[in-house]
Design a binder for this molecule. Structure first.
Ligand SMILES: Cc1ncc(COP(=O)(O)O)c(C=O)c1O
Length: 281
């Protein structure tokens, strides 16, 4: 069965889904996106993803011609047409097609894209694989709360990590730990969970939000505050969170081991509760 994608109101064969070369996503990364998990044919935390997409569009002043209900309906149709039970759904909205000009064109129609791929839920065994990271300055822009497709720093850093035989980069803004390349980051100290507060220096991760809720349910104290790199190196546990990696332990940072280098109890517990949450949706 050929993969079907969504483009501007139509469901078409993926290989035939084309966007114009004057689309502003090409010249200015003038577009925002979402990645959501699909399980049992349903979006996981769909409402939160649609809300974040709406926030990103508002901050970028991109006006769309569909309501969230219509977008959700297109997503459901795409899931059905591709016969996906567990998958990842990618949604991108660009400002649209216009001759290249720095000023924002008025009255143009945004480009709306959705693609879907099969996805395997992570299994607990991955928690035993050593995850190595390096630290780097967070040189991204000051609107990291917008889920923009301007992702080059994250991509260059991901490659830098791979070239150093590592899995990810931990980013530091004035020595404050912000995020990994494509995920939020948490530390555990004395059974308390600490993560950067929501502001313009991090993306408001949907998995981050869900992990915080799940932690509170089992009486793990959650503190949303800035923490410095030294505090991370002294932590009992460190992990990252995202839609596609769930809860991922971090064992080594700049060749230094976190605690004894093993995945901690809180990380395991939160991975399992998040997996259960997804499976029960
Ligand atoms: C920079 C950044 N931070 C955090 C996240 C995690 O967000 P979510 O949990 O919504 O996938 C992502 C996901 O792509 C990201 O790119």
């Amino acid at each position: 069965m050929a993969k079907i994608s969504f483009l501007n109101g139509e469901f078409i064969e993926h290989s035939k889904a084309m966007v114009h070369i004057d689309d502003r996503a090409m010249q200015f990364a003038d577009s925002v996106y979402e990645v959501t998990l699909v399980h049992n044919n349903k979006l996981i935390d769909g409402e939160l993803h649609w809300q974040r997409l709406t926030n990103s569009l508002e901050k970028m002043k991109i006006r769309i011609n569909y309501t969230v209900e219509q977008l959700d309906d297109f997503a459901q149709q795409l899931i059905r047409q591709n016969d996906i039970v567990t998958g990842s759904l990618y949604i991108q909205i660009t400002r649209g097609v216009a001759p290249r000009n720095q000023l924002l064109p008025e009255n143009i129609k945004p480009t709306v894209i959705m693609t879907i791929s099969e996805f395997k839920l992570p299994v607990a065994e991955i928690l035993d694989k050593a995850v190595k990271t390096i630290s780097q300055p967070d040189i991204r822009w000051q609107m990291c709360d917008v889920k923009s497709t301007g992702l080059l720093i994250g991509s260059l850093y991901k490659q830098k990590a791979a070239d150093a035989n590592c899995d990810d980069v931990i980013m530091l803004r004035d020595n404050v730990v912000t995020e990994c390349c494509f995920s939020n980051i948490f530390i555990v100290k004395d059974q308390q969970l600490i993560t950067h507060p929501l502001d313009n220096h991090i993306l408001a991760g949907i998995t981050r939000h869900r992990i915080i809720e799940l932690a509170k349910q089992v009486d793990i104290k959650v503190i949303e505050r800035k923490f410095k790199f030294d505090e991370l190196l002294e932590a009992d546990e460190v992990f990252s969170s995202s839609t596609t990696t769930f809860v991922r332990p971090i064992h080594i940072v700049d060749n230094q081991m976190i605690k004894d280098g093993a995945t901690g109890r809180v990380t395991r517990e939160l991975f399992n509760s998040y997996l259960k949450f997804v499976q029960s949706t």
